[in-house]
Design a protein. Structure first.
Length: 239
């Protein structure tokens, strides 16, 4: 018996043993539009931590990754404006987009004709794809201010403007935080009663880019896919 075959056989025996001893159960405690709280029982803490890390770092979503600024006379530097745009969650259909896809979003805005200001919000981004838009319409981007000034006897209003094109790409949180689809993702261990195993209570809140149920399912699918790759390597099926 080769070392590989011995490892595979031993691994199979251990898996069957664990399967007899523990059955994973999932129970939903609370569910909202962008958040869910659920209990996992029959799992080890390391499994819960792997699921948490997959939700944070492995589940992809669209985020603005490049900004071409044509005009910016606001009080924000170009870099500050680009950073704010990158952190706006964009609705993402995981079954539609690939790593090579690009979505263009344009923004043009100008301060009032009279002295005062206007706030530019995320809802004013115009997308080249109707399916991709800001997850929330009321995220403030920049304040544009009009100031009145007098030169001689003539009064004029100085107005601020922005004009830009932003490019959104699919990415993952392990590369940059702007691609993290969750705002909160944690768990706590709940001790079981005498003779009963511990359970894990998860609290997950999405940023609106991916439905929270879909987010958790995708994280579990990614974990399953990686485990299957390990099995295929050990059994020689990958060759």
């Amino acid at each position: 018996m080769t070392a590989r075959n011995a490892l595979v056989e031993r691994g199979g025996e251990e898996c069957r043993l664990h399967a007899k001893q523990k059955v994973m159960e999932v129970r939903i405690i609370e569910r909202g539009k962008n958040e869910v709280k659920f209990v996992l029982s029959g799992v080890e803490t390391r499994f819960a931590n792997a699921l948490r890390r997959a939700m944070i770092a492995e589940v992809p979503k669209l985020a603005i990754d490049e900004v071409n600024i044509h005009e910016n006379t606001s009080l924000l530097y170009d870099e500050q404006l680009a950073l704010r745009l990158a952190l706006i969650p964009l609705k993402t259909d995981l079954g539609t987009y690939s790593d090579e896809d690009r979505v263009s979003l344009t923004l043009k805005a100008e301060s009032p004709e009279r002295a005062g200001y206007t706030m530019v919000y995320s809802k004013e981004l115009i997308s080249s794809d109707p399916g991709v838009e800001a997850a929330f319409e009321n995220i403030p981007i920049v304040k544009l201010i009009s100031t009145e000034r007098e030169i001689g006897s003539i009064r004029t209003v100085a107005r601020q403007k922005i004009a830009l094109e932003a490019i959104a790409r699919l990415g993952r949180g392990k590369k940059h935080a702007k691609w993290q689809p969750v705002t909160t993702c944690g768990y706590k261990i709940v001790p079981g009663e005498e003779g009963e195993p511990n359970s894990v209570t998860f609290a997950v809140e999405g940023d609106g880019s991916v439905p929270v149920d879909e987010l958790i399912i995708e994280a579990a699918r990614i974990m399953q896919e990686k485990c299957q790759m390990v099995v295929d390597e050990l059994t020689g099926k990958s060759k």
